[in-house]
Write a protein that binds this ligand. Structure first.
Ligand SMILES: [Zn+2]
Ligand SMILES: [Zn+2]
Length: 266
């Protein structure tokens, strides 16, 4: 039983980390620089960590830039204020993601740039062969290690098949619906959902992040801890990443809020 619980926890936290670190902060916001080698390394790590539910960095970045530009209005691809329940929001997000991934919809040019690509992984990772093979590998771990007196552990298996979208939905639904706001003037519904943030590596400080989206540190108050940023500081110190340090200030925050409003009006 312990083996499966450790396997599940390792997959959960590694998958949450690559989504926050690589897909969100690097691919969508460019908050730090990577050499070509380390970009490939973290691209592959993201593919391995998310496995059957790998999220393509280009499609992720485009959806995420749309989210910031249209936060919580009708053009937001995943707002809890535009869907009646979390499953409808996840389905809507999946449809838009798939349309962009497969080039059925042309995104606004301002969103369709400045993201990493890795053609070999991009071609293979979203095929059913890839998704079924990686899903089967996870299933074999369960076959090998679930004891007969703890068959309830199989309830965790579907969560591991769709780990990436689960983390995305937690952030997009919870982070725009539940919690407190340090920046009340931001014209969206973003919140900081502190009690469960440790599960998701700083991503649930949505209100702080929307107020200063280029700041790599999503925490503001002394009691808020952004665990992904803590790892980023270690990687920066080790020379693996190069942080673009932009300290948020009230003036900057207001200017970002105005930019958001202009984007909405466009
Ligand atoms: Zn948000
Ligand atoms: Zn963001």
């Amino acid at each position: 039983m312990t083996t499966i619980l450790v396997f599940f926890a390792a997959h959960w936290f590694l998958s949450a980390f690559v989504q926050s670190f690589f897909l969100h902060r690097y691919a969508s916001h460019g908050q730090f620089k990577l050499s070509p080698f380390w970009e490939k390394f973290f691209y592959i790590l993201t593919f391995v960590a998310q496995g059957p539910s790998f999220l393509n960095p280009r499609a992720y970045a485009i959806l995420h830039k749309m989210h910031h530009a249209y936060s919580d209005d009708e053009k937001d691809p995943h707002s809890p204020h535009q869907s009646t329940n979390i499953f409808k929001m996840m389905w809507k997000t999946a449809v838009i993601y798939d349309d962009i991934l497969k080039d059925r919809v042309k995104p606004e040019p301002r969103f369709d740039k400045e993201y990493p690509v890795f053609p070999t992984i991009d071609r293979f990772s979203s095929t059913w062969v890839s998704r079924l093979t990686l899903g089967a590998l996870i299933t074999f771990v369960y076959f090998a290690f679930v004891p007969m007196d703890a068959l309830w552990l199989y309830a965790l298996l579907p969560l591991q098949w769709i780990m990436g979208p689960i983390h995305g939905a937690m952030v997009n639904w919870g982070g725009h619906k539940y919690g407190y706001r340090n920046y009340k003037h931001i014209r969206d519904e973003s919140k900081n959902t502190l009690p469960i943030d440790f599960l998701i590596g700083g991503e649930l400080y949505q209100n702080n992040h929307h107020a200063a989206q280029n700041s790599p540190n999503f925490a503001r108050k002394w009691w808020e801890i952004d665990t992904t940023y803590a790892v980023m500081r270690v990687l920066n110190f080790a020379g693996i990443i190069e942080l673009k340090q932009r300290k948020p200030s009230l003036a900057r925050t207001k200017s970002v809020a105005r930019t958001g409003e202009l984007a909405k009006a466009a």
